[in-house]
Design a protein around this ligand. Structure first.
Ligand code: ADP
Length: 326
């Protein structure tokens, strides 16, 4: 099968059946997984009720599902095998699963399980109840500095874990930062992630177009490493405070030009503290070796200044309006 190397000890197959109610075209789809255990030649059946679509990406659609065994809700990423005909696409999915499977951290979307049937591959994931930070910033326009402190701390936490495991995410962006029911960040979509065999290895190629791409990836000559994630974090922090990304332009080509020339400004109409601007400027340096490490980011005055207070939690209402601090 397409991804034979991928699944852990048990292999799986599934069948999808449609139960459409007679008159209306309401479709309830059940996903059936037949989990085989080769060690004793037995198999068990697991059913999931498929609910609404949560979102879609380049290769996959993501749905809300409920396990009929446990009643627990999950997100399921469904990749049609028709999209995996090219070996390059298959390799990409294999790499994503191989990297994601072993990452276990409270700030990373939890990988639960993989299975496949004739038509699709299925990746069962921890469900994030509050969409991604992309939807958050669209509704809120921009966030307050205490909120940015709160989210950046969590982003640093999850990214530090990945880097300590030699994994570079390479596509950190608001759309890949999901929010759980407690408004905590879960880093997701490891589709462009890579694991280095040793920490000073340099990567040369990247398939796909990362949104918040670092100049050394566009340039391509000297390779890239962990610092591309620091760059993206600079873009993320700017976007959260300003309400739009720093290098935005009419098309991708013009954006790349602005990134390579490193042209961006802080708009006058938004008030942003000096430490915040200073930290963004340091993360958005063209030369990767000049960017701070994650440890240096964490000890920057933006986080450690005398008057800084980092919220320990955010209210659910902050998905809609700025929290009022007492
Ligand atoms: P792709 O790798 O194809 O870009 P993503 O992993 O980014 O796919 O998922 C596509 C969309 O599905 C996301 O933008 C989001 O709206 C939704 N989504 C993905 N994972 C989850 C999850 N764990 N919980 C809730 N929604 C999710």
């Amino acid at each position: 099968s397409a991804l034979a190397q991928v699944p852990p000890p048990t292999t799986a197959s599934s069948s999808t059946s449609r139960m459409s109610s007679s008159s209306k075209s309401v479709e309830l789809t059940e996903i059936t997984e037949v989990r085989r255990d080769p060690s004793n030649n037995t198999s068990t059946t697991h059913k999931y009720m498929k609910g609404k679509m949560l979102g879609k990406g380049g290769f996959a659609k993501v749905y809300w599902v409920q396990s009929l065994d446990t009643n627990k809700a999950y997100a399921i990423k469904i990749v049609p095998k028709a999209n995996l005909v090219k070996s390059r696409a298959r390799q990409k999915l294999q790499a994503e699963i191989k990297i994601h499977r072993v990452l276990k951290h409270r700030r990373i979307v939890e990988y639960k399980h993989f299975f496949e049937d004739r038509t699709n591959c299925y990746i069962l994931l921890e469900l994030c109840h509050n969409q991604s930070m992309n939807e958050l910033i669209k509704r809120r326009k921009r966030l307050t500095e205490p909120e940015v402190l709160y989210y950046m701390m969590q982003l640093i936490d999850g990214t530090t874990y990945m880097h300590n495991n030699n994994v570079i995410h390479r596509d950190l962006k608001l759309g890949n930062l999901f929010l759980d029911r407690n408004m905590g960040i879960k880093i997701g979509d490891l589709g462009l992630a890579t694991k280095l065999t040793h920490s000073n290895e340099r990567k040369r190629t990247i398939c796909g177009t990362p949104n918040y791409i670092a100049p050394e990836i566009i340039d391509g000559k000297g390779g890239h490493s962990f610092q591309v994630d620091i760059w993206s974090m600079g873009v993320i922090m700017y976007t959260l405070l300003v309400g739009k990304p720093p290098y935005e332009a009419k098309d991708v080509k013009s954006t790349y030009k602005r990134i390579l020339a490193n042209v961006y400004t802080f708009p006058d109409h938004v008030s942003i503290s000096e430490p915040a601007k200073n930290l963004i400027r340091s993360m958005l340096q063209s030369k990767p070796e000049l960017r701070p490490t994650l440890a240096e980011v964490q000890s920057h005055p933006f986080f450690t200044g005398p008057d800084v207070r980092i919220p320990i939690s955010l209210p659910q209402s902050s998905t809609l309006e700025a929290p009022r601090w007492r």
